[in-house]
Design a protein around this ligand. Structure first.
Ligand code: SF4
Length: 319
């Protein structure tokens, strides 16, 4: 995950909950991808260093368990850079130019010059990150499938040229539940519409009070339509099945007002986040423990990376 700012509910439901499940069945490696963050934040590098501890605290608070998973910072394992360089020798340029997110992101991230070599080549760095640990499986959302396919192509080319060193990683297609922001657009830091995992209850209440509901429902006496209401989509995440059914019914016959409905939803949201908030407070006051977790993770990652790079240098005959 790129450390480029605070994590919000979109990260929690879209990514972290999947990670927590995966660590039960797999030996997982999760890292703060600070070199990847550099590809777009090279003019504002301060945000990267600032975001790392906070992001890792959010992972731990959401349930990532350092006893089960390996957590580390990408730039602490210099072998990633070496493998990136070696892979970049064998990757034809058109493979990178056809990457669908390359052009999309250039258009989306206005105000930044992303016509850099680093940005074009980030899928190679991604491939290095994955195959360094000889990963068998990679959790991906639908939009990241082409990236993983590129990694597989790179593996095939490497193995063809130098001999079988890497397994082809397979995808674990994860259902990314999309959380909308308070303005009904995708939740995102850049839209200023996010509820952050670090937000205090008072801030969450204030943000939810601004949430857009069914835009057609002008008065309390108008029936509403929960299917197009953002507050209802939050009820589905944080309220009980019975209460979801009640809102669904009462909203349609104007039996409940939006203020009351939001009020119930936000209290459920706050109480669902309460265990996360408690863990967060613990790790914030135990910064040394967070560093220890990252150092231990780096030690384990480095051992595997060193072994992989020995095999790679041997295979390429650069030693
Ligand atoms: S009552 Fe609830 S579900 Fe219905 S429009 Fe208002 S906020 Fe949305």
């Amino acid at each position: 995950m790129r450390p480029t700012g605070k994590l919000h509910l979109g990260h929690l439901h879209g990514t972290l909950k999947n990670w927590v499940e995966l660590q039960e069945g797999y030996d997982c490696f999760f890292f703060a991808a600070d070199w990847h963050a550099l590809t777009s934040e090279y003019e504002n590098t301060g945000v990267i260093r600032e975001s790392i501890p906070d992001m890792v605290i959010d992972w731990l608070s959401a349930g990532i368990d350092p006893e089960k998973s390996t957590l580390f910072i990408q730039s602490k394992i210099l072998e990633h850079a070496e493998l990136h360089l070696l892979l970049s020798m064998i990757v034809p340029l058109p493979w990178l130019e056809r990457n669908p997110t390359y052009k999309e992101q250039q258009e989306e991230m206005t105000g930044r010059d992303l016509t850099t070599y680093g940005f074009l080549g980030y899928p190679i760095l991604q491939a290095a990150d994955i195959i360094m640990y000889k990963a068998q499986k990679v959790p991906v959302g639908k939009d990241q499938v082409p990236h993983l396919e590129l990694t597989r192509e790179i593996v095939r080319r490497f193995n063809y040229l130098y001999g079988e060193v890497f397994p082809e990683p397979e995808q674990i297609l994860t259902e990314m539940s999309k959380v909308l922001g308070i303005d009904r657009r995708k939740m995102s830091k850049s839209y200023d519409n996010a509820i952050y995992l670090s937000d205090e209850p008072a801030v969450i209440r204030q943000k939810v009070s601004q949430m857009i509901t069914d835009p057609q429902r002008k008065r309390r006496s108008d029936p509403g339509n929960p299917d197009i209401c953002n507050v209802f989509s939050f009820h589905k995440l944080y309220s009980t099945g019975d209460y979801i059914a009640t809102v669904d019914r009462e909203c349609r016959r104007a039996g409940i007002g939006c203020v009351e409905c939001k009020g119930r939803m936000v209290e459920n949201l706050i109480s669902c986040l309460s265990p996360l908030r408690e863990k967060r407070a613990y790790y914030l006051s135990h910064a040394a423990r967070v560093n220890e977790i990252l150092n231990e993770g780096a030690k384990k990652a480095r051992m595997i990376a060193a072994q992989t790079m020995d095999e790679v240098r041997e295979a390429i005959k650069i030693k």
